[in-house]
Design a protein around this ligand. Structure first.
Ligand code: BG6
Ligand code: MG
Length: 211
């Protein structure tokens, strides 16, 4: 089936906000005496805010009630937003604009498929929101990755079948979600962390389309 759409994850694919998320989670984890390592970073990538917090509190053997969850999600988010506040279009990963423009020239429809409730804000900071035909973010998805909902919604909004879409993902949870949705998935990052992807490339800049 020919490729008609690209669905891009945001954090870690378009810009380095995956690093911001991890920094903020590390800060919170430290308060509970927990040090997060590289494997924790991989496990947390692509995972929604509440599930991420539960993962960290689980490591500290804490069984949170509703108010603790709300308080710590808000604190982590504020630290994250403080980092995002300083972002500019210069924070796009190199080659992202060329990738998007080349797709447009070939009439490929483009969607965002992110777990983040801050996704639109980040796209605005990067000045690329207008380049997306559809945006699926954490505010409109009920079941986070690895559930396929994010990518099924994105394909639907693009009026395409999932099989007509390529997903670009840096997260193990996102790779699983894309496969479950029936999309082709290209991993962005290192092959050892992104098993299941059709191919893994270091960044969008190294993607060579077959059209
Ligand atoms: C994903 C990130 O894109 O969004 C995760 O990879 C993050 O690290 C998740 O937890 C939710 O983001 P937010 O901005 O809604 O807390
Ligand atoms: Mg990501």
């Amino acid at each position: 089936m020919s490729v008609k759409g690209y669905i891009l994850d945001l954090d870690g694919v378009i810009c380095d906000t995956a690093g911001f998320h991890f920094k903020a989670w590390c800060r919170l984890a430290q308060e509970y005496g927990v040090t997060l390592d590289h494997q924790d970073h991989e496990n947390l990538k692509g995972v929604d805010r509440e599930t991420s917090l539960r993962y960290i509190l689980g490591k500290a053997d804490i069984h949170p009630d509703h108010s603790l969850l709300q308080r710590d999600m808000e604190r982590k988010n504020q630290w994250y937003l403080d980092m995002v506040a300083g972002m500019t279009p210069d924070d796009l990963f190199p080659g992202t604009l060329q990738f998007l423009n080349r797709a447009k020239e070939h009439n490929i429809r483009i969607a965002l498929g992110s777990a983040s409730k801050n996704a639109r804000l980040v796209l605005q900071k990067l000045n690329i929101e207008h380049l997306f035909d559809a945006i699926v973010d954490g505010s409109i998805v009920e079941n986070g990755k690895p559930h396929p909902e994010t990518f099924l919604k994105a394909a639907h909004l693009l009026q395409l079948k999932p099989e007509e879409c390529i997903v670009f993902e840096d997260a193990p949870s996102g790779i699983r979600a894309a496969i479950a949705a029936g999309c082709t998935v290209i991993g962005i990052g290192k092959p050892e962390s992104l098993k299941g992807a059709r191919v893994v490339i270091p960044s969008l800049a190294s993607f060579v389309p077959h059209h």
